[in-house]
Ligand binder design. Sequence first.
Ligand code: PLP
Length: 386
Amino acid sequence: MIYLDYNSTAPVHPRVVDAMAEALKSLYGNPSSAHSAGATAAAAVERARTQVADLVGADPAEVTFCSSATEAINTVVRAARGTVVTTAAEHAATLQAVAIHESTGAEAVRLPVDVDGLVSLAGLANELNSRPVTLVSVIWVNNETGVISPIEAIARLCEDRGVALHVDAVQAAGRVPISLDSLPIDFLTISAHKIGGPKGVAALINRQARPLPPLIVGGGQEHGRRSGTENVPGIVGFGVAAELALRDLDATNEHLASLRGRLEDRIKALLPLAGVNGAGAPRVSNTSSIHFDGVSGDELAAYLDGQGICVSTGSACHAAATEPSHVIQAMTRSRERAGSTVRFSLGPATSQEEIDRCVEAVAAGIAALGMISVPERSNELRNLFR
Ligand code: PLP
């Protein structure tokens, strides 16, 4: 199998598997228990808290573990009392939490993005100048396109106006350097399963002195910020994944940038109907969102799956989505473009051979599906893979 869907979720790193297996065996104590088994588990959670804090340049005391980035995002957005400003290209977790916020009678603004997926800083400044805003929530790296938002500029705008900022850094962690110690971001969300950790564990980093009202109440774990017995093996795995992601960030980016370039160059050379979404914006090195005009992205993805190649169209986290990607629609104002888009997202284990096989399968798939005729290019194809 060729797995090119790392933005949906990444394979668990072998060292994470080992650490979690050991934690399942030996760290069975409840971290809240006063006895030594509890204390050992609590110490492991604290070690992971430091590892996760180090990945984003935060203080361990600012890290709250929870069940998912979706939970973290809901915790922040739904705690806002007043106008929330976000963008049209957010993950469904943010957009749905904002919709719930609105349903309580509060105001929400969804800023448009340009054809490259970038929000206008002048547009954001206008919003912040024209009304009192409680919270701005923006995605750092878009999960569908890999487009990198101008987070530093956004953070400075919010800081100048005293508006709290939440950043969805789920796809940024391990892909761009994050130094909260030098960036005025109030809340940051990251998720273990995108960086080689397990599913079902995430962190909300809260840099404000005041705690947020918890979304989940009960036994008061996580200093009352998120109740429920901690997922100790998951948190231990998250810590190891965070440490490895920080250690390998530069090397992984270098490896992926060359593979992603190869993928895009070859696809564009073979298929003039193909174009990269967000090509004019800065993008992370692992993501390529490509539209194949006149082709159904869903059918092409299904064809590739039949060839043993896993890619996706919209966001996998948007279960059973039938509507083409809202992100590509927000960028291009075109349902057709969105419907013809396939996302290839690479990871540290992706090889050049896999990229070449994928390109070959894309071209063959488009021909086989009869979506367009590519016979005149078949010689070129053969030469390329000789
Ligand atoms: N935000 C972004 C940008 C994502 O890519 C995802 C998952 O795809 C999420 C939030 C939700 O993460 P989780 O699966 O941990 O709830």
